[in-house]
Design a protein around this ligand. Sequence first.
Ligand code: PEP
Length: 250
Amino acid sequence: MRTPLVAGNWKMYKTSGESASFVKEFLPLVSGVKGVEIVLAPPFPSLPLVASLTAGSNVGVASQNVHFAAEGAYTGEVSPAMVKEAGAGYAIIGHSERRLYFAETDDNVGRKVAAALAAGLVPILCVGETLDEREAGKTFDVAGRQLRAGLAGVDSPRAARVVVAYEPVWAIGTGRTATPAQAQEVHAFLRGILAELWGRGAAEAVRILYGGSVKSENIADLMAQADIDGALVGGASLKPASFAGIVKFK
Ligand code: PEP
């Protein structure tokens, strides 16, 4: 049985003060939620504060990125160990905005996933096709290639700790959600690749989240699909009540 995971990606929104106000309002709204892992991914500067304000609660913390090296002359970058020390338990890796705006390659994403695991973080590996790729019939090629490359450095004993997020780029921030059937089709395909890599048992333990304009109005239908194990949420995670409405999808 996979425990659902719902993660809020704040992207480059919220100062530390705004992050603290969010957490203070959000924690009481979700304190009674059981059987769902809840994660917030604030910008780096507010990560230690969000981690300390959520310590001892049912809310975990993720970074939105990590570098693949343990340390070094990489101006502007942050290592997995630094993120872990700041209080994160998870790291979002390979988000489409990083692939698009920061030239993140499949190879770099794979190195980051391996580095995050080595540092004791749970990587949330994002994969997904653009609208052009979907319309060209390349959805499975692209998502499959990104998944295999992202997991190239992961051996099977560590497999169950990895979280995968299927995020069709055309559904991110557009208000256009994949239908539950469209998402399920890709999730089942991705789980098939995991089974090929690590065996059916390990594949069945991996959470595959859906991301792309998830709201409290559509989460239940998505979660009803056999291979959808949670959500990675952008815009709708920025307001406490709206994110709490998604977390309480049951
Ligand atoms: C995201 O940024 O991962 C995302 C899914 O954004 P949104 O929910 O705004 O589409």
